[in-house]
Design a binder for this molecule. Structure first.
Ligand code: FAD
Length: 413
């Protein structure tokens, strides 16, 4: 029999949570997954370590999601970060707290989290049906009558949950199917776009800079010569551009600026810990110490080796130029400015396939935040990344997936 009380579509973080919670309420639940196993994306999260949640208090947590964060208040009120920690602890996965409030399983293994969730749903007798790609919903009087799979199989339930995730990392199964299904049902889709994605630059020095990490620096996003935002932290160079925590953080902003046809640059302040007076004093000392030696020798005391040649080329410093030649105030000021503004022109973001998160999705105006129920279709619910919600790195997105999954599971009567 292909009949159930609840059918959850997508066995990712949110779908597994929703299916288990709904079954815990006494429902017969089918969990349909198009791939050969559940939670492939979850198994690669946090570079294979799974940053499961964050310790921030609820208000600050919500702020991390920007304007749409308020939508999560009800879900977080029912199931929040400490609930997540306890939930996994009970399933045998203890977590530890790291820098930035981030929680990881003590085993440092995302598979442990996947296995725990599968154990949870199996204990509750959820039937996981793999290789089941849902293609279509049959609608009758604002009510879903049944769903049809790619292979033609039909399933029927009293209630349905779309937990098909976003559009990024499509090999994990998240290919945006849910957007098409929901749109066909009349839901509005806020155009999906990449978020937490590396940036592409056409700078000629990238090959030399490839894999260089810069810590404790400050970046500014510059659009049409105006500073849009400034952040402190870490970046990494790649062969095609820039990545690392700071870059991912500003990436969706950069995406929007580029879409508005603005000219975008990332400007790096290489010495944010020193004010101009302190940096100048340091330059005077080093320039005097190195006297008649080339500037490149002196730069070794101030910059990582890999950065020196690109830094010199970008600032027109000749290979043989001596320290003594720039000791005067005016030339020193130019050198000081070079430390403050090492600029990289940004021409695009990497494609959505490589984004950690999809920004956009089901319009929140059409979903009841207290239940995760569709406001348009009587027996349809949503949870996870398919919703128009995206947070930064740090465990925020998985918590949103677990919390919305929990709330949807609890709300289905
Ligand atoms: C590389 C990477 C690292 C990340 N690291 C972290 C991290 O450390 N911490 C954090 O908080 N967040 C992290 N995220 C984000 C986080 O993984 C996602 O936000 C979260 O997995 C979303 O869960 P979900 O259940 O909504 O969707 P998904 O996990 O994407 O699951 C959706 C499921 O639906 C299935 N599906 C899709 N279409 C159909 C269909 N038509 N029929 C049947 N099944 C279908 C898919 O196969 C998939 O299994 C990371 C993301 C990536 C890509």
């Amino acid at each position: 029999m292909n009949n159930a009380d609840v059918i959850v579509i997508g066995a990712g973080a949110s779908g597994l949570m929703c299916a288990g919670i709904s079954a815990q309420q006494g429902k017969t639940v089918f969990l349909l997954e198009k791939k050969s196993r559940p939670a492939i994306k979850l198994s690669i999260t946090g570079k294979g370590r799974c940053n499961i949640t964050n310790s921030k208090p609820i208000r600050e947590f919500i702020n991390e999601f920007g304007n749409n964060g308020k939508f999560l208040y009800s879900a977080f009120s029912k199931f929040f970060n400490t609930d997540t920690i306890n939930f996994f602890e009970e399933l045998g996965v203890s977590c530890s707290l790291e820098r930035g409030g981030r929680y990881f399983p003590k085993s440092n293994n995302a598979y442990a989290v996947v296995k725990a969730l599968i154990k949870f749903v199996k204990r509750k007798n959820v039937k996981i049906i793999i290789h089941s790609q849902v293609e279509k919903f049959v609608l009758e009087n604002k009510q879903i009558k049944n769903i049809i799979l790619k292979d033609g199989t039909t399933y029927t339930a009293k209630n349905y949950v779309l937990a098909t995730g976003g559009k990024s990392y499509p090999l994990t199964g998240s290919t945006g199917d849910g957007y098409k299904i929901a749109q066909a049902l009349g839901h509005t889709i806020i155009a999906p776009q990449p978020a937490l994605v590396p940036l592409v630059s056409n700078d000629q020095h990238l090959k030399q800079l490839n894999k260089l990490k810069l810590k404790n620096i400050e970046i500014s996003v510059i659009a049409n010569n105006d500073i849009v935002s400034t952040l402190f932290g870490e970046i990494e160079f790649t062969i095609f551009g820039l990545t690392g925590p700071l870059i991912l953080k500003v990436s969706s902003k950069v995406y929007s600026l580029l879409k508005e046809k603005k000219s975008v640059e990332i400007s790096i302040n290489l010495k944010p810990a020193l004010d101009d007076k302190q940096l100048d004093a340091r330059l005077i000392r080093e320039l005097n110490n190195f006297g008649n030696l080339p500037i490149r020798n002196m730069l070794k005391t101030l910059l990582p080796l890999q950065l020196i040649e690109p830094f010199m080329k970008k600032n027109n410093i000749k290979y043989t130029q001596k320290c003594s030649s720039i000791i005067n105030k005016e030339k020193r000021k130019k050198l000081l400015d070079s430390f403050r503004k090492m600029k990289f022109k940004i021409i695009s973001t990497r494609p959505i396939d490589e984004a950690i998160i999809t920004k956009g999705g089901i319009s929140l105006k059409e979903v009841d935040q207290k239940t995760m129920k569709s406001k348009l279709i009587n027996n349809l619910y949503f949870c996870g990344e398919i919703l128009d919600i995206d947070g930064p790195t740090g465990g925020f997105n998985l918590q949103a997936a677990f919390s919305t999954g929990y709330l949807a599971g609890k709300s289905i009567i």
